[in-house]
Structures are given as C-alpha cells and as structure tokens.
Design a protein around this ligand. Structure first.
Ligand SMILES: Nc1nc2c(ncn2[C@@H]2O[C@H](COP(=O)(O)OP(=O)(O)OP(=O)(O)O)[C@@H](O)[C@H]2O)c(=O)[nH]1
Ligand SMILES: [Mg+2]
Length: 736
C-alpha cells in the first residue's frame, strides 16, 4: 500500500512509542494518516513455532518460546510497524482442534470464534503436514481471511520433505508462504503477503473438496438455495450448504426463523441419511471429522514428497533410546538435576565473595561520608544490607535459569514428563503435571498458569495445590545462604539438591493425600506429544536468562529496596530514650573494654526487641518457638509472605541493625554465630513448604477459581510447614 504521509521520521517516532508501550498506539492508526492497522490471530497446533514466528516477524523477543506443547497458555499481543502497516499480532495457545478441551485450547477457541480480527495466520509445521492440516481445514470454515505459513521449512528441507506450495494454494484456495522462524527465511515474503491480504477487500473463498457422497448432497442444497434466490450477507451458497449439512450451530440460529428452512429441513434429513450409508456412524460431527481427516491425508500426500529418509528423526530416536530408557531414564534425569545444583552452588559461590566484599566496601565508603547517624543507618544497615543480601545471589539465579532454559528448549522436558508418568500415576497425578512442576522451580507464577494444559479440573487443582512445594528461584538465595553457612562447600551442593528433591517428593505425597481425601476420582490418561530434539539457539537461552536476571535485579532495586527501608524503619523505631540513657550511664562506668562492649550488645538487642518489628516478632514467637525460631527468624518468615527474597533482605537488615561491631561479618557468619544446625534445617523446611509470594497467590486465586482456595492453601501449607519443621527440628536436635 502506498503511504505518502508515513514518512521515515514518523515511523521512527511511532516505532519507539510502540516499543515502550505495546499496542497502545493502534487507535491512532487509520488509513487516512497512512497507517493501516491489521489485527492478525496466529493459530496453529502446539509447538509449531507460532510464538517464534511472532518474534521473527516483529524482530523482537517479546514472546516466550520453548520446545514442548503448551508454552503459550494465554493470548498475548505484540505490535510493530512495517511499511506503514501497524501489525497487531495475537499469539494464541496451540490447539489440535478448534473444539479442544483444555483451558488454553478454550482461550484459542474463544478468541477465534468471538473476537474481532482481520485475518488468521495459520502456522503449520511443514514436517507434520497431515496432522496440522486437520486444524487448517477447521479454520477455513471460520470464513475469515487466512494465510498459511509453512513453518519449520528448514527442518523439512533437512528431512528431505518437498512441499509444493503452489499446489497447496490451489487445493485450499488461500495464500501459502514457506518460512522458517528460526533462520528468518521467508519472513519478509510473509509480511508482504499479509499486507496484500489485509489490504485486499475480498476474502479468498476456500476450495475444500469433500467425498463424492457429501459433494453430491452439497450440490443439491446449493442448487435449492439458488433456485429460491437465497443470498447470505457474508457466506457463499456453498459455505451455507456446508454449514447446514454439518449442523453449524451459529448458522442454524441465524436461519432459524427464515421461511426457507421449512423446505430445507426434509432436504437436509435426506442428505444426511444418504451420507450415513457411506459411514459407520450416524453422528454428523464425527462424519465431518472423518471427512476432514481423509482430506488432510489426501492433500498431504498430493503436495508433499519425501525425497530421503528423515535425518533428525533418526537422531531423535537414537537420543531417546538413552534418555528415555526404561530403567536408566529416571536416574539420568536425576543426575542432570544433581549436576545443575552442584553447578548452581559451586559456580554461584565463585563470584559471591567478590560481590559480598564489593557491597560491604561500598557500604563502608558510603557510611563514612554520611554524618547523620540515623541516615547512615538507613542507608548502610537498611538499603545496602537489605538489597545487597539479595544481589549476592544473582549468579546462582542465573545458573538455575540456564538449567531450566535448557530443559525447556531442547525437547527433554516432554521426555521426562513421559518417563515420570508411571511414577506420577502412583501419586494420583500424571506426567503432564511435570511441566508446571518444573516451571515452578523457576517461578511459581507461570507455573500456576501452565496448569491450564491439564484437561481435568481435579488434576488441575491438585497440581495447583502442590506447586508451592516446588521451590521457586526466589527461595534459592535462602537455601544457598543457609547451606553455605552450615555446610562445607563440598557437600553444600548435595544439600541443595536434597532440598529440592525433598520438596518435590513431599509435593507428590501431598498430591496423593489430596487425591484420596479431597479430589477423589481417577486421574486422566496421559497424552503428550514428544517434540523432536532441537539445539537451542544461544540467543534463545540468552534471552530467557537475561530477562529473568533483569527482573530479579529490577525487583531488588524496587520492591526489595522499599521493603528493606520499611524493615529498617520498623526495626529502628520507636527509640526508647530512657533505656538509652540508663545504658549510656552503665557503659561510661564500665571498667573494662569487654564489659563495655557487652553492655553495648545488650543495649542493641533490647532496642531491637522494643522496636515495632521486635514487638511483632515477639508476638508471633510462641507460634514459631517449638520450631526453634527466635523472633527475628519469625519476622523474616512473615515478611517473606510478600516475596521470598524479602526473607534474606529482612535477615540482612535485622542482623545489620543489631550489630555493634563496625567491621561487620557477612550475613553467613552472623547466622552461624546466632543459630544452631537444628534451627537452620527447620527454617529451610518451613521456607520450602509455606505459601509462595503475594504475586503468585493472586494468580493462584485466578487459576483455582476463587479466594476460598487461597484460604485452604494457606491453612494447608502452613500446617504442613509447621509439622514438618517441628519434626525436622527435633530430629536434628536428637541426632546431634
Ligand atoms: N528448526 C526450526 N525450529 C523452529 C522453527 N520455529 C520454531 N522452532 C522451534 O520450535 C519450538 C516451538 O516453538 P514455539 O514458538 O514455542 O511454538 P508454539 O507454536 O508457540 O508452541 P505453543 O505455544 O506450545 O503452542 C521451539 O523449540 C523453537 O525453537 C523453525 O522455523 N525452524
Ligand atoms: Mg507459543
């Protein structure tokens, strides 16, 4: 489309504006000002590369990509400008059929059937044409403009598959473009075709051919409509005939009161009776599905040729024979996890000392330049101690996310889900729950959303309830801090691995209990597609890790910063002048240095105990005392309800405010001095089990379907956390 008013200057500004705030600009795009907004729904089966194609088309990395079915579970909008067209792309969850059962499939269906958009971009996996065409045929019946992207053309080439795109266009009646979202091949052409189709006022009429019996009846109905002079405002007579013959609900509702229907009913009944004689069933929907299946098979056979034996498929089979081995599959997976936690601890610990000493030198430096005692304490003991305590663990977080990204992008995740299926069934879950559970090791929020891939509501609820047992990335700093404080470097990695595994096992046991006592019933059979193995691009890994690390840093600079200041305030005030005076007098009278510093420590401790936070801690201390926690640990757990990173920052602030010595020890050393091994273990267990952060809880409420579930979840997790911490505390006390 020619667009004189869309100058380069203009595009630059708009691009920037759109980049900053996605899709807020589209209201201003009109044909008059030279910008043409096109809303495109990306529909396709799971794992065909819809999200990656959106990234390739928009030239960004805004949408999450992974090599398993069910990466996208909610619709997502990405806007960008290209040649004076404002593209508004909607990434939809993958769906095998429009009438899919799972929550995410329903999201796709609702959007495709009920929302307003200009055209469908049907993304198809070229290496799996026949199965993908089943959905394409259904989409063609939505009577929308449609373009087909034959994605993964690079893999098709490697597999020796040739697809005759022109023939496919002829057979389906819509435009087809070969692309590779990975290499970028065909992406420009696809954008051009999308422009053209959107600018074109008429939609292309699909040309799908049914079996002879159906075609014969369609012709009769069409002829009848023509003779009666019937015209539909959007559909062709053939499309109306197809809709009527196959009992399209929308069309029936629309024509319900039309007098023509009186004559049509007997005709339709006859037509169906004739068609039944060619099929084994009398269910017209099933017959339609069978017709589609036959068509998809026929079209795929006609347009694609297999030149040679697929290469990567045999490679996939070879790798699977090891990784999915009947006996070694699970041990191999555990070994990978063990290595991951060793690396998390070992590599994470390397830069830790540098970061730690940099933060404390920074604190000393800043502190020496601030004259006012209170402000110095706020900056050094509040902000730097709180935020610094969280920043320290960035390297560990990065390594954990690299591990998760590898699991997600290589195709291994679905395999593990598959090999764990049998084991999971024993606990009333099925393998598919593994994906949300592993996602939970990163962050609980997307993990809750990932449960949408589970078909049965009971399975979903059980998985939602036990997801908190999978320790998220934000709990990692707490574990690393405590294991680092109480164990030698040689075993700390093993302890970390043990913590994660025990959390997961506990989750499974709880799942069984919930299945037997609360959500009774059979778990659904397990169906999951195993994608081929794919080498993840460095760009993809980098993007995943970078965005997670960036959000961790952002959280440290905003939320944790604010929380640290609040905690500092609540632990430093109110000041008790009388107490200070009486101690000051005692300190002045003290004869030896030891006596003096002993009195100073006492004063600090008393002041802290009398502070707002101290009072809160003291109030809840009796509840936590049987678990070995003093009021500081109790407060840290309470503030940790907001976010788990706050546990570490709270400890950082509390122990920093309470410290007398100017040459401060690291938090690790302070913890070692102040608490015993049994308390440390019991604290880890409590953190492992109790409620995740506020953000996750809000998502939990939405996904579970009501606030009452959060209430159950709170009681359930707190009770389990308390009991297990109590048992751990007493057990460790007993053996040590
Ligand atoms: N070789 C190759 N791999 C691709 C291509 N497009 C996508 N992939 C890979 O295919 C996998 C799936 O990509 P996604 O974009 O997450 O697929 P999706 O269709 O959005 O999947 P769901 O959201 O689960 O429905 C990823 O591993 C991608 O790296 C392509 O053109 N060529
Ligand atoms: Mg996706």
């Amino acid at each position: 489309m020619a667009c004189s008013s869309c100058s380069d200057d203009n595009i630059g500004k708009r691009d920037k504006k759109i980049g900053e705030n996605l899709c807020t600009f589209k209201g201003e795009a009109t044909k008059e000002n030279g910008l043409h907004a096109i809303k495109i729904a990306l529909a396709g089966q799971p794992n065909v590369g819809k999200s990656m194609l959106i990234n390739a088309l928009s030239g960004g990395n805004r949408v999450k990509v992974g090599n398993f079915s069910g990466v996208t579970v909610d619709k997502l909008e990405v806007c960008f400008e290209h040649h004076c067209h404002l593209f508004d792309l909607i990434d939809l969850p993958g769906t095998y059929s429009i009438d899919g059962f799972t929550q995410e499939e329903k999201v796709a269906k609702d959007f495709l059937l009920n929302e307003d958009y200009d055209l469908i971009l049907n993304v198809v996996d070229s290496t799996n044409l026949q199965r993908n065409l089943l959905l394409s045929l259904e989409l063609l019946e939505l009577n929308k403009k449609m373009v087909i992207a034959l994605n993964m053309s690079d893999e098709a080439k490697k597999d020796g598959i040739d697809i005759d795109k022109n023939l496919l266009e002829q057979l389906l009646g819509v435009k087809v473009v070969k692309v590779s979202a990975k290499s970028g091949e065909g992406v420009e052409e696809l954008l051009k075709v999308l422009h053209e189709e959107a600018d074109h006022n008429e939609r292309a009429i699909p040309k799908v051919t049914y079996s002879d019996a159906v075609e014969e009846e369609l012709l009769k109905i069409e002829q009848f409509l023509k003779e009666r002079g019937y015209k539909h405002h959007v559909l062709t007579l053939r499309e109306v005939s197809i809709g009527l013959l196959f009992e399209d609900e929308k069309l029936y509702k629309e024509l319900h009161e039309n007098p023509i229907m009186v004559e049509l009913y007997p005709l339709l009944l006859d037509a169906r009776e004739h068609i039944y004689t060619h099929h084994e069933t009398k269910d017209i929907k099933e017959i339609k599905a069978a017709e589609h299946a036959a068509m998809a098979r026929g079209i795929a056979l006609e347009v694609s040729k297999q030149r040679s034996k697929p290469r990567s498929l045999t490679l996939t089979q070879k790798i699977d024979s090891i990784l999915m081995h009947k006996y070694f599959g699970i041990p191999i997976f555990l070994l990978f996890m063990w290595i991951l936690f060793q690396l998390t601890f070992k590599f994470g610990a390397m830069p830790m000392d540098y970061i730690d000493s940099a933060i404390s030198s920074f604190g000393d430096f800043i502190g020496s330049h601030i004259g006012n005692d209170s402000i110095r304490s706020l900056v050094v003991d509040g902000v730097i101690a709180g935020v610094g305590a969280v920043l320290l663990f960035l390297p560990n977080i990065i390594i954990l996310y690299i591990g998760i990204a590898l699991l997600e992008t290589t195709g291994y995740m679905s395999r593990v889900a598959f090999i764990l299926d049998g084991f999971f069934h024993k606990f009333g879950l099925h393998g598919k729950s593994f994906i949300p559970l592993v996602t939970g090791f990163g962050c609980t929020v997307p993990a809750y959303m990932a449960t949408r891939t589970l078909k049965s509501r009971k399975d979903r609820l059980i998985t939602l309830f036990i997801l908190g047992f999978m320790s998220c990335g934000a709990r990692l700093p707490i574990y690393v801090l405590f294991t680092g404080a109480f164990f030698s470097e040689a075993v700390a990695g093993n302890i970390l691995f043990l913590i994660y595994i025990s959390g997961a096992l506990l989750g499974l046991v709880m799942a069984k209990i919930l299945r037997v006592f609360v959500f009774k019933g059979e778990d659904e059979p397990f169906v999951m597609e195993l994608p081929r193995y794919r080498l993840p691009s460095l760009k993809l890994i980098w993007h995943t890790v970078y965005s997670n690390a960036a959000s961790y840093l952002k959280k440290a600079g905003t939320f944790i910063l604010a929380a640290s200041m609040i905690i500092w305030f609540a632990s430093s005030f109110p000041k008790d002048r009388e107490l200070q005076k009486s101690y000051q007098a005692k300190i002045e009278m003290a004869k030896t240095k030891e006596q003096k510093s002993k009195l100073e420590v006492e004063l600090k401790a008393k002041e802290l105990e009398n502070s707002y936070l101290g009072k809160i801690g003291k109030f809840s201390e009796p509840f936590f005392a049987p678990l070995g926690f003093d009021w500081r640990l109790s407060v840290a757990l309470e503030t940790g309800l907001a976010a788990k990173e706050v546990v570490v920052s709270t400890l950082g602030v509390l122990y920093s405010v309470g410290e007398v010595d100017e040459n401060s020890d690291t938090l690790k050393e302070i913890l070692r001095k102040n608490i015993d091994l049994a308390t440390a273990f019991s604290f880890i267990v409590f953190v492992m089990i109790y409620l995740p952060c506020f953000a996750a809880s809000a998502v939990f409420v939405r996904e579970a379907g009501g606030w009452k579930y959060l209430w159950y979840q709170f009681i359930f997790t707190t009770a389990v956390a308390w009991i297990f911490s109590f048992l751990t505390y007493n057990f460790v006390l007993y053996i040590t």
